[in-house]
Design a protein around this ligand. Structure first.
Ligand code: ANZ
Length: 815
């Protein structure tokens, strides 16, 4: 037979597998289910190296569970709505679907070549009307429950993409997609009420086996802080100004109030003589970004509003200012400024000549400005209450009790998390299924009229212009109201694509279900997904939105699960020459080229063997050629085996058998704990030992050799499926090795049957002896004294003392 030829192997086995279709989830209740999910792909071009990595890693887990006999659900689909397709369509003067579905076919072909263990019968694309029908249906259920609503507020606006963005899509003040600096606009937009779930999103983290880093990012994003609301009476105004503070203990030091300039409150409080100054200031504020506004090292700006409030504990008349370091959408949009203990307030007070009163005694030698540390309260008493001398924690609770007692304030918890802004002014997404009627307001499209399909627009008609392109399709927009029958208009925004991906894992479970988005009984059998593999860039985007969705569906009685993804593995990035691959650096590596040069198996093996899966892989340091050589060596073993299929392994060479069983045993633990690279290293050791056993040991006919090579084939089937399948055939088996079953480990063969005893003379090591782990002290002493090296070192001297610690150590003190 010929040599190892990866092209021939790929050509041979792919059609065989496609016919066998071995990776269909059975869902027959005969074995334990495991839902293995990988983040679905965005169809912008062919697969890249990053796909190559995440798919290779994910497949180790999925194929491992198939081998172990689990009923694995490992589906594949495409996240196929979104901006890149729309931008490409504008450039090429075509429909976004053309670009999208062509890319999907290209990727599907590459994925098949890459030999991944997907259940293709569940394939979905979020841009198919059969899919987005249910995205719209779900939106309407959220709408009915008050979990989807519309409001006007200042929102993030990407001037390049000409659409609003969710807070989660603004990364350091820039658009997550295109990198353009984000500005603010006042617009009426659709939101999901994620804030209703802030506390549960925190609490349920204890159900999740996720990287601590991701949990921490979510925790910070949700940003729970404990504090109090307290009210400040304003002269000539009924309603007191409510502020949120995490430091109510500093109330005696509140020497002025600050409200967000872009809030209704500011507009209400400004007095006529300050109106002009205020208007001018507001204009400047609107042009700045949130990052700029919050930055601590920026020169403070602000304007006096002309109004005064009363500090409830000191009774002082304190001025009310507007300043952009107070945000309109956090807390109440107003703060009590405590310059003595807060750095931003200190700077502001300094700049505008406002009073500063310390209410916490700084530690000895402190020569800074605001003191933010702990210390005894000072300057904090009135006729009714004194906090003086109390530490921060005790002072907080004392003042809150007093405020609550007086009806002046209350304990509260505040979250940084905002509601999810979900509407977009772009074309290629699921239309929001609402009709606006001048009589009936926001009217849901009746379920039996779903999907609301996109009107057929292409090319220049999609160009971003700040309002959705859908608005220009007048015959699509103009409809009659489902309630009153009068003239009405469709909502022209589309949904953020993160809505599509917040429930796709549920659609996979029953992709052809027509009674609803998913078959509940089936979903309850499979959910939550056991394993999710994908990138950490989704920490506070997809991974947070999907958690919110599942909780909301659970609360609507549609699902048992309260969390979508039990275990999460984040792969690292594939980089080149120490840098992220990019066009401008010219250091891109093309996956297809690598596959052509080294074959699928060698590339997959390289990805898996590179290191811990969450580390970045520098392709410049990798050796797919080395992987290929190893695969050839492993494959050649399968041609050397001389014992027949089914031979009794128990009569085989004990030493090799032990190595085989140890390797399989260790691999089992290594895979479950994501140490795939070590699993590959153990397989390499087994290959070397087997080669030695054939060439200079018990020989190719020994049953232990067959046992070892079969184990190698099964271990390799997780990483290098073509090579493994070919080996399996050479060994005389029918395809497919993917379902050969995980080798059974005999615990008796895992027992170490010898240990190394160290023999020392006067503390210096003289010999090492291989002995039985249960050797007696007397026997070990005798062996040690008989050792040639020991005899030589003693050189005729007698022994004064022999200390024996069987089975590990003998220490001889010479006479
Ligand atoms: C008085 C005070 C004294 C404050 C002190 C802090 C330190 P976190 O922990 O992030 O929740 N704050 C409240 N609403 C704000 C808004 N809309 N924009 C900007 N800042 C706002 O922050 C809560 C603290 O941030 C609150 O407690 C308030 O300032 C400020 F020594 O009140 B603090």
């Amino acid at each position: 037979r010929g040599g190892y030829d990866f092209n021939a192997m790929q050509a041979k086995w792919r059609p065989v597998w496609e016919k066998l279709d071995p990776f269909k989830a059975r869902d027959d209740g005969k074995s334990e289910r495991r839902y293995a999910l990988t983040m679905f792909s965005y169809p912008s071009g062919d697969l890249h190296m990053g796909h190559g990595e995440v798919f290779a890693l994910h497949d180790v887990l999925s194929r491992f569970w198939f081998q172990q006999g689990y009923d694995v659900l490992n589906p594949i689909g495409w996240d196929s709505f979104g901006l890149p397709a729309e931008n490409a369509a504008i450039k090429r003067n075509e429909h976004p679907a053309t670009y999208t579905y062509a890319n999907i076919e290209t990727q599907a072909e590459s994925i098949r070549r890459y030999a991944l263990s997907f259940d293709w019968s569940r394939r979905l694309h979020t841009s198919d009307p059969e899919y987005y029908r249910w995205t719209q249906w779900l939106f309407l259920r959220f709408f009915e429950k008050g979990l989807a609503y519309r409001k006007a507020s200042y929102v993030n606006w990407c001037p390049n993409d000409q659409t609003v963005l969710a807070n989660e899509q603004v990364v350091q003040g820039r658009c997550e997609r295109c990198g353009f600096e984000v500005t603010k606009r006042e617009l009426t937009q659709w939101y999901f009420k994620t804030t209703d779930y802030a506390q549960r999103l925190l609490d349920d983290m204890d159900q999740l086996q996720w990287p601590e880093e991701i949990l921490l990012q979510q925790r910070n994003w949700i940003g729970r802080s404990e504090g109090a609301f307290t009210g400040f009476k304003v002269e000539g105004r009924e309603e007191p100004i409510k502020v949120f503070t995490t430091r109510p203990d500093t109330l005696f030091g509140a020497t002025f109030l600050v409200v967000a300039p872009d809030s209704k409150l500011a507009a209400d409080l400004v007095t006529p003589d300050q109106q002009e100054a205020f208007d001018e200031y507001l204009k400047a504020v609107k042009a700045s970004t949130e990052i700029e506004r919050l930055s601590t090292d920026r020169e403070k700006t602000g304007v006096f509003l002309g109004s005064y409030a009363t500090n409830p504990v000191t009774g002082e008349r304190i001025p009310i200012w507007a300043a952009d370091y107070v945000l309109s959408d956090y807390g109440t949009g107003a703060i009590m400024a405590v310059p003595g203990q807060d750095s931003r307030d200190w700077e502001f007070a300094e700049k505008f000549g406002l009073p500063i009163v310390r209410t916490v005694q700084p530690e000895e030698g402190f020569d800074g400005k605001a003191f933010t540390g702990d210390g005894p309260a000072i300057n904090s008493s009135n006729a009714e209450i004194s906090l003086d001398g109390l530490g921060v924690t005790e002072a907080k609770s004392a003042i809150i009790d007093w405020l609550e007692d007086k009806g002046l304030g209350e304990r509260t918890i505040n979250y940084r998390l905002r509601d999810w802004l979900l509407s977009r002014q772009r074309y290629w997404g699921a239309p929001i299924p609402i009709i606006h009627c001048p009589v009936d307001g926001e009217v849901p499209v009746p379920d039996d009229q779903l999907p609301v399909e996109l009107p057929d627009l292409r090319g220049a008609a999609l160009a971003p212009r700040g309002v959705s392109p859908l608005a220009s399709a007048r015959d699509w927009v103009e409809v009659s109201c489902p309630k009153c029958g009068g003239p009405a208009e469709r909502d022209t925004d589309t949904m953020d694509t993160f809505v599509d991906s917040s429930w796709y894992f549920l659609r996979y479970i029953s992709p052809d279900y027509t009674e609803g988005p998913f078959d509940r009984a089936a979903a309850d059998r499979w959910m939550p997904t056991y394993q999710y593999v994908g990138g950490k860039e989704h920490a506070v985007l997809h991974l947070l939105y999907a958690r919110f969705f599942v909780k909301a569906l659970h609360d609507m009685g549609m699902l048992d699960a309260t969390e979508p993804f039990t275990r999460l593995l984040n792969q690292g990035q594939v980089i080149n020459e120490g840098k992220a691959m990019s066009k401008s650096l010219g250091n891109g590596v093309n996956l297809g080229d690598q596959l052509d040069a080294f074959g699928v198996d060698a590339v997959r093996l390289t990805m898996v063997f590179a290191g811990p899966p969450d580390d970045d892989i520098d392709w410049a340091d990798m050796s797919p050629g080395g992987s290929l050589k190893f695969l050839q060596r492993a494959w050649r073993l399968s041609g050397s085996v001389e014992s027949p299929v089914g031979v009794d392994f128990s009569t085989g060479d004990l030493a090799l058998r032990k190595l085989t069983h140890k390797a399989v045993h260790d691999a089992t633990e290594l895979i479950e704990s994501y140490r795939f690279n070590v699993m590959v290293a153990r397989t390499m050791e087994l290959v070397n030992a087997t080669r030695k056993a054939i060439d200079s040991g018990p020989g190719a006919a020994d049953p232990a050799v067959r046992e070892a090579v079969e184990a190698v084939a099964v271990l390799l089937s997780l990483v290098a499926p073509y090579t493994a399948e070919d080996m399996w055939e050479n060994l005389g088996h029918e395809p497919t090795v993917a379902k050969a079953g995980w080798p059974k480990v005999d615990p008796a063969l895992l027992v170490e049957d010898s240990v190394i005893a160290i023999v020392q003379i006067a503390g210096k090591v003289k010999d090492r002896l291989e002995v039985s782990p249960d050797i007696s002290d007397a026997d070990l002493e005798q062996l040690a004294l008989a050792s040639e090296a020991v005899q030589k070192a003693l050189d005729g001297r007698g022994t004064r003392k022999v200390i024996v610690r069987a089975p590990k150590l003998v220490n001889i003190v010479p006479a």
